[in-house]
Design a protein around this ligand. Structure first.
Ligand code: BTN
Length: 274
């Protein structure tokens, strides 16, 4: 188990962010969501060694029992934010995590739209952004950004899809590995993006790391299967794909499921035929 006794000088990075640590939780996102319901206006970072009910997008499970896994969620309030900002926050979090991993661990990361980080052809991290919405105004009042990172370990008891598509940042966790610089850098970058979310300055970072540009992919929209070639993202962080009639389609994160499998590569393999 990694030493998670963080000594972050948090005040310099994120004013009043409260930090709580647990050996085990059902889901750090669920914990933070109910904490925010009871403690309105608070800002919190929750870290767990393992999760028994780790969740991914669209109700999928996220394997959270890795020997060296990092599972955390940040919760904070926002000022009456439109629902479209949820996916921009996912992209801001992904960009922050890419930047933190590349800078502090020196590993080259790619991102599979919209919320999966890949390293050496395998999914190594996932992001789940959830909103607490004011029912009267239909505006977001608080956000929970959950992140799971596979640092090292094996997926022996995971489901077959996870076994096929998931990977880790390290085969063996380096002895000198420290969590603190990684989390601190992530929080520093993410806080800046959050403060200036309207500027969307994370979009170029995200697009530079986008996986599969020019690749033909399958995706599901309301359980129907479609095919298209990835072109890039637009100003809303939506994915642009060219269909077989050469028209550009705009994919909205909430409506689309892309399987990670079609982006998986064994090291040294090209995956043009997947
Ligand atoms: C995905 O793969 O679709 C997103 C996975 C997000 C997993 C993280 S782990 C910490 C936080 N708590 C959860 O239950 N999920 C997120």
């Amino acid at each position: 188990m990694i030493d998670k006794s963080l000594e972050i000088d948090i005040e310099k990075i994120w004013g009043n962010l409260e930090i709580q640590k647990f050996e085990e939780l059902d889901s750090t996102n669920s914990y933070v969501k109910s904490y925010l319901e009871k403690n309105k206006g608070c800002e919190i970072l929750v870290i767990a060694d393992t999760q028994t009910e780790g969740r991914g997008r669209s109700g999928r499970k996220f394997y959270s029992q890795l020997e060296h896994g990092l599972y955390f969620s940040i919760g904070f309030s926002v000022e009456d934010t439109a629902p479209e900002f949820l996916s921009l926050y996912t992209i801001a979090a992904a960009s922050s995590l890419i930047q933190a991993i590349e800078k502090k661990l020196g590993l080259k990361i790619e991102v599979k739209w919209v919320n999966d980080l890949f390293y050496q052809g395998k999914k190594v991290a996932g992001i789940l952004a959830e909103a607490i919405t004011n029912q009267k105004t239909n505006k977001i009042s608080s956000l929970v950004i959950g992140i799971g990172i596979n640092l090292a370990g094996t997926f022996d008891d995971a489901d077959p899809l996870t076994q096929k598509s998931a990977g880790t940042l390290y085969q063996v966790l380096p002895e000198e590995f420290e969590l603190e610089p990684l989390i601190t850098e992530f929080l520093r970058v993410f806080y800046t993006y959050h403060q200036n979310i309207e500027n969307k300055s994370f979009l170029p970072v995200y697009e530079k790391h986008l996986l599969g540009i020019g690749q033909e992919v399958y995706y599901l929209r309301r359980d129907k299967k479609y095919r298209g070639r990835i072109e890039g993202i637009n100003e809303q962080g939506q994915l642009l794909v060219k269909n077989n009639k050469n028209n550009i389609e705009i994919l909205i994160a909430d409506e689309i499921h892309f399987s990670s499998e079609q982006f998986v590569k064994e090291i040294g393999e090209t995956n043009e035929n997947l």
